[in-house]
Design a protein around this ligand. Sequence first.
Ligand code: ADP
Ligand code: MG
Length: 134
Amino acid sequence: MTERTKSAAETEALGERLAAELRPGDVVLVSGELGAGKTTLIRGAAHALGVSEPVTSPTFTIGHTYSGRVPVSHLDLYRLTDLGHEDPALLDDYVTPEAVSFIEWPSAAEPWLERVTRRVEIRHAGGDLREISY
Ligand code: ADP
Ligand code: MG
């Protein structure tokens, strides 16, 4: 399915809708260039899962964990090219059977993920337009 959004608010709303189908243990990979709206979409999804804290980009760590109605993990692996050169156990604090996990720039982690529920891809489509496939 592909949809276009015209604003950050619409992308958040799409994230909220996607969240309705997610269950503990689910892992959602979110791809797209810098500024595409990955964090924006995850913010909407996290809020829909009951996270009340602000959802921001992880900067000094590879991820954040939030407690909503379920644990929610948000990873950004932009700086990691290959988790094999790091320690794949880095993921274990975030990707758990209890949590719903969202991963930006997921390619470094992909070989180590046992289960991927959904892949979301966001593309710039001029100005504030984004094309989102999921
Ligand atoms: P990423 O995590 O992909 O780097 P962010 O979600 O952090 O991207 O940032 C997206 C930026 O683009 C935000 O400043 C947001 O307000 C802006 N923006 C403009 N239009 C849209 C849209 N349709 N969807 C998502 N973000 C948008
Ligand atoms: Mg981001």
